[in-house]
Design a protein around this ligand. Structure first.
Ligand code: GAL
Length: 387
């Protein structure tokens, strides 16, 4: 079987979708596509726009499979874009913030860029201090994904596929990945990931959207109120690699089991907050869900009291990286807006960092014949129509 046949076969397997259901409810849901730019090597990049009947609009670009914008109404029906991003491809090519991107093969850090599988040690690019971050120097966030529309009676979306060859960024196995973003009239932005491999490998996919519910570029997110349904985090060392232990955080400066403004304890004298952001403090931790794997349980939510906008997250993953954009410093983003320090937060549903080197963490190994599957839903409230 040649490489192309393998890729097509693997992709069909990964998708598990033979024919996508008919036509979306044309009156309220729509998906459209337009050019977004051209890569230095001439590849075209497209933007898919998903729209629903509540005035919600999500733009996804095929570069990095990135969510480029999420427009949602506030309590008065005023629409604003709550996702950090760039107006054009150039911004994405020249800034390493991972705005909105799909992250792979391994979201988060792998210590010293090394892991062993079946007695063989694999070496990954070192691109973050002594460690490998987000799949290496040319992770899935820097690839152009193949794309097609999804139109079903209840949702519209875009299906993205990527074929990652054996040895890509040091990881073993030919890997076929499919990611479906869909939007419905309940304001659910659903991200479904699937993948298959032909050799044992490690995989941890996620999405890296930075949210600011007051509108991207409208200041910092410190007044926005977060709830994360997790009593514990996996504490880290100074290079943000887990120590392998669990830390109880409920009721501490690190905990969000009761809704708490993001900025309430961010400057506290706490070693973990300082590892995440040495000068002023920040959150950049893997929270371990109390109800892992339960797609019906509220995993996390953030509310902006001013606008009344809320994002809720539901996921079947065991953890979430809650990151307060500590490395973002006055980035020039969309519509001439500037994204300040703490100008966004991420809710990266995922397996724990450095799992291949941490025997006590849930495994991230994917074997031939198995199918990687993840579903994460970002639900936006209120769902009222703009007046
Ligand atoms: C996050 C990670 C941060 C930082 C960021 C990208 O997922 O937790 O430490 O690396 O990505 O700048």
């Amino acid at each position: 079987m040649n490489r192309l046949t393998t890729a097509v076969g693997l992709t069909a397997l990964a998708t598990g979708v033979v024919a996508l259901a008919s036509v979306a409810d044309a009156a309220s849901l729509s998906v459209s596509v337009k050019p977004f730019g051209t890569m230095p090597d001439g590849q075209a990049v497209q933007m898919y726009r998903l729209e629903n009947s509540n005035g919600m609009e999500v733009d996804v670009i095929t570069y990095g499979g990135a969510v480029q914008s999420i427009k949602v109404p506030d309590k008065n029906g005023k629409i604003d874009d709550v996702a950090l991003g760039f107006d054009n491809l150039d911004g994405y090519l020249h800034t390493d913030t991972y705005f909105g991107a799909l992250i792979g093969r391994y979201g988060n850090r792998i210590a010293k860029g090394e892991f062993a599988l079946d007695g063989k040690t694999y070496h990954l690019p070192i691109n973050n201090g002594p460690n490998s971050l987000h799949g290496g120097t040319t992770g899935f966030d820097k690839r152009v994904w193949a794309a097609s529309k999804i139109e079903t009676p209840n949702a519209v979306g875009v299906e993205l596929t990527l074929f990652s060859q054996d040895g890509d960024m040091g990881y073993p196995g030919d890997l076929a990945v499919t990611v479906q973003y869909t939007l419905d009239n309940d304001n659910d932005l659903r991200v479904h990931y699937s993948a298959v491999t032909d050799k044992p490998t490690d995989l941890n996919l996620t999405n890296h959207t930075y949210f600011n519910l007051a509108g991207a570029g409208n200041g910092a997110v410190l007044d926005q109120v977060a709830m994360i349904n997790a009593d514990k985090i996996t504490p880290v060392d100074s290079t943000l690699i887990p120590t392998g232990k669990m830390m109880d955080v409920a009721g501490t400066d690190l905990g969000f089991t009761t809704p708490t403004p993001i900025g309430a304890h961010i400057h506290a004298d706490n070693q973990q907050l300082k590892y995440a952001e040495p000068k002023q403090g920040g959150y950049d931790f893997n929270y371990v869900f109390d109800n892992p794997g339960d797609l019906n349980a509220l995993a996390a939510s953030v509310t902006d009291p001013q606008s009344g906008r809320t994002v809720e997250m539901y996921t079947d993953q065991p953890g979430v990286q809650f990151y307060t954009s500590n490395f973002v410093h006055d980035v020039h983003g969309k519509d001439g807006k500037i994204y300040p320090h703490w100008g966004g937060f991420t809710l990266e549903a995922q397996h724990f960092p450095d799992s291949p080197n941490q025997p006590s963490f849930p495994s991230t190994e994917l074997k031939p014949g198995e199918k990687y599957s993840q579903t994460t839903i970002y639900k936006f409230l209120p769902t009222n129509l703009p007046s």
